[in-house]
Design a protein around this ligand. Structure first.
Ligand code: ATP
Ligand code: MG
Length: 261
């Protein structure tokens, strides 16, 4: 067990006290697909607040609504009901262009299936959102190389996605989500394709971004990765059924809660 307890030597002992309101607030969020007999309630009234400095893990069985929650929180899908408030702004009032600008500037998103652009290299994939947001090509490429170096992937900077392993693609997608001043990082199973050592490194990086002031939400199936979070939210059939504060000195409490499902 002890090998699964994250070492947080690089992180402060206590999470910073959140200043101001939450970075992300979900209020009575619902999402229904289809209608009539084919109706699927992917989310049934989810409330969740995530402050700067906080990392929240979302766990739950397949189909419980984890990806739906994340895509709506990131403005990639629209809720059927309820509100998504990012840094005090209800995103419904921003319009398509406003939401796109907010996503480019403030939201880092790691997709469950990576979503790298096949015609761009690793470095270009990471630089693209920054260039679209007005950062000079030169600066964006420099940042991209630094982000790849942080991931231990500098040697694949000029490779295209189909020349990378699944784990490399996943890490490039994570680098893309973390580059720049992202105040909200949403990661859908960011460690799914990684071996446990690389997975821990990615979690350490995500944790350190949150310790520096970002708010993070991460979907995971692995209790040992969830143990890096400040809080774990359990979803079942589109509802939050449990929330656990993680005790970083002992991941067993989390494992027990998970096993009780
Ligand atoms: N476009 C869609 N049309 C109809 N139903 C959908 C659609 N997208 C998702 N769903 C349904 O909504 C529910 C929640 O899906 P979601 O992808 O959020 O689950 P998940 O918890 O992320 O699962 P997994 O762990 O497998 O990734 C599921 O029942 C799914 O079948
Ligand atoms: Mg999913």
């Amino acid at each position: 067990m002890s090998s699964h307890v994250p070492s947080r030597s690089a992180a402060p002992a206590d999470p910073p006290i959140p200043a101001g309101g939450p970075v992300l607030e979900l209020r009575a969020l619902t999402r229904t697909h289809g209608s009539g007999i084919a109706e699927v309630h992917a989310l049934r009234g989810v409330n969740l607040s995530v402050h700067a400095g906080e990392l929240v893990a979302v766990m739950g069985p397949s189909g419980s609504g984890k990806s739906t929650l994340l895509t709506i929180a990131g403005g990639l899908d629209t809720a059927t009901g309820g509100q998504v408030i990012i840094e005090g702004q209800d995103i419904a009032g921003l319009g398509q262009k406003g939401i796109a600008a907010l996503r480019r500037r403030s939201v880092g998103y790691v997709f469950q299936d990576y979503n790298l652009i096949p015609a761009l290299t690793a470095a270009e994939n990471i630089a693209l959102p920054r260039e679209l947001d007005g950062v000079s090509v030169r600066k964006a490429r420099k940042e991209a190389r630094a982000a790849l170096e942080e991931m231990g992937l500098l040697e694949i900077a000029d490779r295209f996605p189909d020349e990378m392993s699944g784990g490399q693609q996943q890490r490039v997608a994570i680098a893309r989500a973390l580059v720049g001043d992202r105040r909200l990082v949403l990661a859908d199973e960011p460690t799914g394709a990684l071996d446990s050592e690389t997975g821990e490194k990615v979690l350490a990086l995500l944790r350190s971004r949150c310790d520096q002031g970002a708010a993070g939400v991460m979907v995971t199936h692995e209790p040992r990765y969830a143990a890096w979070a400040d809080r774990v939210v359990f979803l079942r059939d589109g509802s939050i059924v449990d929330q656990t504060l993680t005790d970083h000195s002992d991941a067993d409490s989390l494992l027990t809660s998970e096993a009780a499902k």
